[in-house]
Ligand binder design. Sequence first.
Ligand SMILES: NC(=O)c1ccc[n+]([C@@H]2O[C@H](COP(=O)([O-])OP(=O)(O)OC[C@H]3O[C@@H](n4cnc5c(N)ncnc54)[C@H](OP(=O)(O)O)[C@@H]3O)[C@@H](O)[C@H]2O)c1
Length: 169
Amino acid sequence: MRLSIVVAASENNVIGSSGGIPWRLRDDQLFFKNLTLNHCILMGRKTHESIGRLLPGRTTIILSQREAYSVPGAHVAYDLNAAEEIALALGEEELFVVGGEGIYALALPHAQRLYLTRVHTHIEGDVSLPAPLNLAEANFRCLKSEPHEKDERNEYAYTFETWERHQKD
Ligand SMILES: NC(=O)c1ccc[n+]([C@@H]2O[C@H](COP(=O)([O-])OP(=O)(O)OC[C@H]3O[C@@H](n4cnc5c(N)ncnc54)[C@H](OP(=O)(O)O)[C@@H]3O)[C@@H](O)[C@H]2O)c1
């Protein structure tokens, strides 16, 4: 099963601020929806609580080490292995890791694919991608890079990038 990270990050690697996402990019939300619809998504307990509901049309696995933590309609996993086993048992071929910081840090060393929306701004925030994030050094290669201008639906310019990890020879 492929482990894939889905993340939007500013040029200075910020992904969150005050428990939310510090930009409004409607076409990134649409991209996220189309990518993950009818699939299994994995998120940290804090990201789940910041969204405040389960995303419809997806199976949600929440990572938490709190005892007896449960969310009706979602699976709760204690660690990454347990989350992957749940997704496998559900017949999934790809598990989408959708944040936040702690969960990206956990999944990045094991991820085969990264869907990165690079938001073209430097912005203040209190949650960032795990540093240092050198994708080329981590053996990722860019498969796709699709730039978009800012417009009335998207408050910053942004680029959809797809990165895939290649096995070392
Ligand atoms: N830009 C983006 O694409 C994007 C995507 C998602 C989220 N975000 C932003 O990121 C922020 C939230 O991220 P965050 O880092 O604060 O929280 P988070 O990663 O969503 O959740 C952290 C929680 O996950 C659980 N956890 C962490 N490591 C674990 C492990 N090794 N095993 C099991 N459970 C583990 C713990 O839950 P317990 O305390 O219950 O044990 C921990 O408190 C928000 O601002 C959100 O808007 C941005």
